[in-house]
Design a protein around this ligand. Structure first.
Ligand code: 5GP
Length: 193
């Protein structure tokens, strides 16, 4: 099968990586398609099955783990499984596109390890843990308990930043967006039209 490139954006929850990934997906010249992950967490807001995630029950998720259908998977938070299906990457490569991932730090590093030459792994760094807390609270999509879980994980994730190919500091969103665009354009070998 012909293989495109793999672009991984990983960061603690609330760092702005989803905003960056959505921006890049809007730039046609980069020829990217979003890797839709599978998850056992429940739907949030107006998320749609097969668009934001493939929403599975925990049992269905575990069956797929047993069947070896995942390229990588993580129990990102207790009882919340997230993973990338082999079939998803194959679907995107078959379209002749590059794959862009919005996944957690451990998953991102695992993909880099499996496809070292095809992968650009980018870590998005938030200004501080306090700022992360403010952003997660503003988002109003998680309970206080879930926010605290995400914050606790963030400190551990920040320590993995040096293992990534590139680090983008998301202190000013516009600057971060430009930086991300340049990195990806260089990696996939295209010029801004
Ligand atoms: P959320 O619940 O906010 O959508 O995502 C929680 C965390 O799980 C985020 O850090 C997100 O990037 C990560 N995540 C989403 N999909 C995957 C995946 O396929 N694999 C892994 N390892 N993490 C994922």
């Amino acid at each position: 099968m012909s293989t495109g490139k793999l672009i991984v954006f990983s960061a603690p929850s609330g760092s702005g990586k989803t905003t960056i990934v959505k921006h890049l997906l809007g730039l046609d010249y980069l020829n990217l398609a979003f890797s839709i992950s599978a998850t056992s967490r429940s739907k949030r807001g107006d998320e749609k099955d097969g668009e934001d995630y493939y929403f599975l029950t925990a049992n269905a998720f575990k069956e797929k783990i047993k069947a070896g259908e995942f390229l990588e998977w993580e129990e990102v938070y207790r009882d919340s499984f997230y993973g990338t299906l082999h079939a998803e990457v194959e679907r995107i490569w078959a379209m002749g596109k590059n794959v862009i991932f919005d996944i957690d730090v451990a998953g991102g590093l695992r993909i880099k390890k499996k496809f070292p030459n095809e992968t650009l792994a980018v870590f998005v760094k938030p200004p501080s843990i306090d700022e992360l807390k403010i952003r997660l609270k503003k988002r109003k999509t998680e309970s206080e308990e879930k926010i605290n879980m995400r914050i606790a994980k963030a400190s551990i994730e920040l320590a993995t930043a040096p293992q990534f190919d590139k680090i983008i500091k998301n202190y000013d969103l516009n600057i971060a967006l430009k930086e991300a665009e340049q990195l990806v354009a260089d990696f996939v070998g295209v010029k801004k039209p």
